[in-house]
Design a protein around this ligand. Sequence first.
Ligand SMILES: [Ca+2]
Length: 204
Amino acid sequence: MLRKSFIPLIALTFLIGCTMFPGGPEEKEPERKKELSMGVRRKTVPEETPDKAKSLKELEDADEENTEVQHAAVHADITVSSTHTEHSGEQAASALVDGDLTTRWSSRYEAPQHIVIELDHAKNIQAINLHWETAAAKKYALLISDNGENWEQVTETTSDKLGPRVDRLSFNRLETRYLKFELEERLNADWGFSLYEIEVISDE
Ligand SMILES: [Ca+2]
């Protein structure tokens, strides 16, 4: 009789214990969530790192390839016929010669337009790379001058290819201080003319 009466008592004691001290399983819950959270972080970091490393390496390789030349127009004086800055990414004309291929200038959404670059002195130019944004020119001319007043046309370029594109103008010998780009026709009349950079390649 005594043994049988102990059974409900033991069961009752167990139930009271669970009610008063329920912490066992719940104390472990925060640790499990922390592990999951850390697991997510560990998973995303390796996915991002190779892309960044690759792009940095590409930039370094590009720099190494360009060690024999220099961008002779970085921070040169520059004047433009107009500037449009109302849309994202559009910056002042100085973005054309800041040595940064991610910054760009845009003209107002009209044609024609022009850009004049004044080097600090006359230089022998081997090539000019025009880094067009999507709003590239369909037709434009390059003129040179020694005094910024009397101009001589050197090239005229036409292209039906929307940007981004790079037009490379190469020269046997082109010595000048002033460069003028007459932007005559647009590929898309809804936009203006937009360039990331006018890269002037000179050995001086
Ligand atoms: Ca730029």
